[in-house]
Design a binder for this molecule. Sequence first.
Ligand code: FE2
Ligand code: FE2
Length: 310
Amino acid sequence: MTAIATVSNNQRYAHSVAASKRVRWDIEKDVIRGRRFDPTRKFLPDGLSLAGEFTILSPDEKRFVSQIQGRTYANIFGLVERFINAKVLELSHDHWFGDQVALEALVRFSDEELKHQALFRRIDAMIGDVLPPGYRFDLDANAVAHAVLGKSTWAVLALTLDIELFTQSHYSQSIAPDPELSELFKDVFLYHWKEESQHAILDELEWVRIDAEVGAAARDRAVDEFLELVAAVDRILQAQARADAAYFAAACGRAVPEGEARAIEAAFLRAYRWQYIHSGARHPHFGKVLTSLITGRQGERIQAALATLQ
Ligand SMILES: [Fe+2]
Ligand SMILES: [Fe+2]
C-alpha cells in the first residue's frame, strides 16, 4: 500500500470514529421514546414489502403482510449482526498494536452492533405485543454465525458490505412520503442507517485491506464462498417466506385457498430476496468496490448466480 493510501485510510477510520460519536443514539431515549407499535399502520414501506406483488390481498391484508415482514426484518438483522460483530472483533486483532484510531473505529462498530441486536430484540417483542400469536422465527443466530464464519474473511466481508449498504437503500425507501407508515418503524430505519453508514465505510476499508493479502487462487475460492453465503441466505429467506405465509394464512381471519397460499408465499420470497439480496447486490457502491477487487469472469459468475434468485 502506498504512503498516500495509508494516510487517507487513516483519515477514513478517523472520520468514522468522529461520525460514530456525533450520531450515537440510545434505544429507549431516541428510538422508542415510550411509543408502542400502532397496528393500524404499515411497518415496512411498500418499496420494501413489495406490496404490489401481493395482488390478491385487500389493503388491510397488505398492511398485515408489511407488519409480518417488519417483525422478520428485526429478526433477520438480529441474526446477521451476530456474525458481523464476531467478524469485526476478529478483525480488530490486526489493529491491536497498529493504528489505534482504526482499532477504536472497530470497537465502536462492535459496540453499535451489540446495541442494534438489542434494539431488534426489543422491536420483535414490541411487535409481538400487537400482532396475533403464532409468528415464528426459528433460526439460531449463533448456529448461523458459526456456519458463516467458517468461510474466508474475504467472503464474509463481501456479504457484510452488501448487507450494510442495503440498510442505506432501506432507509431511502422508508423516507418516501407515506402517511400510512409507522412513525416508530421509520425511526428504526433512520437510527439504524445513521450508524450503519459508518459500518459500510469500515467494511470497505477492511475488505480492501484483507484483499491485498489474498492471492489470486484464494480470491477465486473466496468468490465461490461468497456465492455459497448468498445461497445460504437464500435458504433462510425461503424458510422464513414459508413460515410467514403460513402465519398470514392462520391469522388473517379468513380461509386462504391452497393456490392463493402458494402465491402469497412466492410474493413473500420475492420481497425477502429484494430486501436481503438484490437491494444490496444492486447498490452502485457495492458493485463498484466488488468490481475493483475481482476479474471480469468472477463478476460474470456472481451475476449468473444472482440471476437464479428471482
Ligand atoms: Fe446494525
Ligand atoms: Fe452494521
